[in-house]
Structures are given as structure tokens and as C-alpha cells.
Design a protein around this ligand. Structure first.
Ligand code: PLP
Length: 412
């Protein structure tokens, strides 16, 4: 079967079609924005209503015990674990990606002896760089510095001056994917602990953190994990390193006995030490339902579909859009991609707005990148086909030249 010729037949044969029903997707909308905000799972409304009405509304403060609210960060960590190939006690849900990265980089700097360089790939999501800048400022007196490298120079920059390094698994601009096993091994050979940002890979590609030897990672809850706007992120620390690390943000929820109300901090055992303040229960509950959309997914089928959707998108783009100056920004080889496909066009911003007016949602990242998230649980082959056709029609008709599609928005 050639998906290029008969996408509808591909959808009929798709073993993952039944999962689309787990989401409330507006009729007629083609949603390729899951790399930015996952769609609403069907169960989340009831969950939120029960939590607000019964647990908070009726049980009130008693709910902390009756509904075991404090267990949520670990329970959700245990649900993320199989998606990233980690042990259930190696992942915990907490805070934002930015804060989690700060905690891990800071913990590793506290432990670093002699070395004072924080190394970051300059292609990282900017918040990762900003958090590293803030950390280095705090540690300025001790000689800490931040070194940024081009993505292609990252591996060779892992030398004996580097105290800690951070890199994204899947590049948020191009969808290019790195090899966690090879790069972690290279870092380890230079004695550098490496923190991976999995924001564009958890729930998007099959990950095997443990098998690949990955030691530290952070990831996002509101993108491919479908946790809702501003959902908490997560941290992963391989079991053998957990008890030798101390978070620099020593909040009471990471204390060994939060309700002992000691005057001094003692870290909780295991991943709980990476918690800071009171967990956001409403948001965590929504994230738990986001993760339930993955129940029963065969990860081999999942990855197979993700690759096939991306291949289809890029082939159609080459065939139907190249003549209008649309250039692929993602690797042609599915083995080097995440679940997102990016295309370049000088008028990319207006094209994305015009697409949205036609019911196809992607997003734009300056200066010229159009991004399309191909989440295998709810994106159909026919959606990819329709999206590329819509883009072609817009280009043929020059629809994107209309003034209303050029107005800047707060969130592009
Ligand atoms: C989305 C994203 C973030 C977002 O961080 P928050 O602090 O949770 O807003 C961080 N890193 C990457 C790579 C991302 O894609």
C-alpha cells in the first residue's frame, strides 16, 4: 500500500485508529498542534468535575488524605516511565520544564568538583539556555561559566572542563533527533553528566532511557502527554544517582518529613527530593488523564505510525509544495526525526494563519519555520494529505497575502 496514493486506506488499516476516540477533537478540525498543546482527552472533563466537586468541594482539606493527593507526583511518574523506558521509581511529575532543568543542572553543579563549565547546545529551547544563564550567575563567585555550542559541535565540546551539559533529544525547530545512547556514552567517557530535554519526545517517539544508559532528563506534560495548558513537567534520574544528588531548590515537599516542620532541610529519599512546593493537584489530575490516553498502546505500532506520517508529509510536500519555495527543514530519514515535521517558507507565518482559517492547525517559529506535530494517537493519514493540499491551495490562490493573516499574535 502506498500511503501517497490512498491515505484513507492507510487509516482503515491503522491499528491505532481506535485511540483517536479518546480525545475530544472539534468536528472538521485537523489538529497538527500536539507538539505545542495536546488535545483534550475525553475523560478529563469528568475527572476535573469529580476533583473539584467531590474532592475539593465536599471533602475539602480531608481530601489530601482521602484522595491521596500527595501521591500524585509519583503515581504520574510511574505512568510516564513506560513511555520513556524508565523504572517506575525513576520519574516524578513536578513544576515546569524550566524549573526541573534548573534543579538538575544545579544539583549536578553542587556535586561537581573542580569543573565549572555548564555546556549547552545553542539549539536548545531558549528557556533551557536562560535557566542555565541564571544558574551560572548565582555561581559566578565560584568561577562558573556557560559555554554554548552549535549543535554539530556539541559532542566534541564535552571535555574535562565541563561540569554538566544539556541537550534536547528532539530539536524543537527542525524535529531532528539525537541518539541518546551514543551521546550519553561520549559524555560519560569525558566524565560529564548529561541532562536530556525530552519535551518533544516523551509521548512522541518510543524512548528507552534505561537501556540507552541515560542518567538525567526532564520533559514536558502539556505537549505530547496531553496534560492540558501549563501541565507540570517531569524529571528522570537513573536510580543509582538519585540519592547522591540534592536539589538546589530545597522546598518542603522535597523534605524527608515535610510535616515534621524541622528547621533544617533533609532531602527525601529517591525522586521525591526533586519536588519543591505544594503540587498543583488540579493540573496533575489532568496530566494523569492525559497519560491514560496511552493505555494499551503498542509502542512498536506507535513508532511505526509516527514514522509513516512524517514520511508521508515530507513526500507530499516535496511533490506538491516545492514549486512554491517550500523547503523541508526536518530530516528525510525517519530514524533521525521526532514526531514533528517542519517546513521552511519566507511567508511561513502568514501561511500558518491562512491554514488555520481553513481548519488546519500547525504553528510558526521564526524566522521561517512552519511546524506540524504528527501525534500517532489522533492524527490520521488523511489529515496529512488534507493539510498539504490546503497549503497548496493557499499558495496557488495567494490567500496568505491577505492582511488579516499577517497581523502578529502574542502566541505565534
Ligand atoms: C516546551 C518546551 C519547554 C517548556 O518549558 P516550560 O518551562 O515547561 O514552559 C522546555 N524545553 C523544550 C525543549 C520545550 O519544547
Amino acid at each position: 500500500m502506498d500511503p501517497l496514493r490512498d491515505p484513507a486506506e492507510m487509516d482503515r488499516r491503522d491499528p491505532l485508529t481506535r485511540f483517536r476516540d479518546r480525545f475530544e477533537l472539534p468536528e472538521g478540525l485537523i489538529y497538527l498542534g500536539g507538539h505545542s498543546l495536546g488535545p483534550l482527552p475525553r475523560t478529563t472533563r469528568d475527572r476535573a468535575e469529580g476533583l473539584i466537586g467531590r474532592e475539593w468541594g465536599t471533602d475539602l482539606v480531608v481530601a489530601w488524605n482521602r484522595s491521596d493527593w500527595l501521591e500524585l507526583p509519583e503515581r504520574i511518574g510511574a505512568r510516564i516511565a513506560p513511555l520513556v523506558g524508565a523504572g517506575a521509581d525513576e520519574v516524578i511529575a513536578a513544576d515546569s520544564v524550566s524549573l526541573n532543568l534548573f534543579k538538575l543542572l544545579g544539583a549536578l553543579m553542587l556535586r561537581a568538583r573542580g569543573r565549572r563549565v555548564v555546556l549547552a547546545d545553542e539549539g536548545n529551547f531558549p528557556t533551557d539556555l536562560y535557566m542555565a544563564q541564571g544558574l551560572v550567575r548565582l555561581l559566578e563567585e565560584s568561577g562558573a561559566t556557560l559555554q554554548l555550542t552549535a549543535p554539530e559541535d556539541f559532542e566534541s565540546a564535552l571535555d574535562s572542563d565541563v561540569a554538566v551539559a544539556t541537550v534536547s533529544h528532539v530539536d524543537f525547530r527542525t524535529g531532528r533527533r539525537r541518539d541518546p545512547r551514543a551521546l550519553t556514552a561520549a559524555a560519560r567517557a569525558s566524565g560529564v553528566p548529561l541532562v536530556w530535554d525530552l519535551s518533544h519526545s516523551a509521548g512522541a517517539v518510543a524512548l528507552r532511557l534505561k537501556e540507552a544508559g541515560v542518567e538525567y532528563a526532564v520533559g514536558c506534560g502539556y505537549k505530547y502527554l496531553n496534560g492540558g495548558p501549563g501541565a507540570p513537567g517531569f524529571l528522570y534520574v537513573a536510580r543509582e544517582f538519585q540519592d547522591s544528588l540534592e536539589s538546589p531548590l530545597t522546598g518542603w515537599m522535597g523534605h524527608a518529613g515535610p510535616f515534621d516542620f524541622d528547621t533544617s532541610y533533609r532531602p527525601a529519599p529517591g525522586m521525591r527530593r526533586f519536588l519543591t512546593g505544594t503540587p498543583p493537584i488540579l493540573s496533575l489530575a489532568a496530566l494523569e488523564d492525559g497519560l491514560r490516553t496511552f493505555e494499551g498502546v503498542n509502542m512498536a505500532e506507535f513508532r511505526g505510525k509516527s514514522e509513516a506520517l512524517g514520511d508521508l508529509f515530507l513526500r507530499l510536500a516535496a511533490e506538491r509544495l516545492a514549486e512554491f519555495g517550500v523547503v523541508p527543514a526536518s530530516p528525510a530519514d525517519a530514524g533521525e526525526r521526532g514526531a514533528q515535521v517542519s517546513l521552511r517558507h519566507a511567508e511561513g507565518y502568514a501561511l500558518i494563519q491562512a491554514l488555520s482559517a481553513r481548519g488546519v492547525v500547525g504553528d510558526f517559529r521564526g524566522p521561517d519555520l512552519m511546524r506540524f506535530g504528527l501525534a500517532p494517537l489522533y492524527v490520521r493519514y488523511a489529515d496529512v494529505w488534507t493539510a498539504v493540499e490546503a497549503l497548496r491551495l493557499i499558495l496557488v490562490n495567494g490567500e496568505h497575502r491577505e492582511a488579516r493573516f499577517r497581523r502578529p499574535k502574542r502566541v505565534p
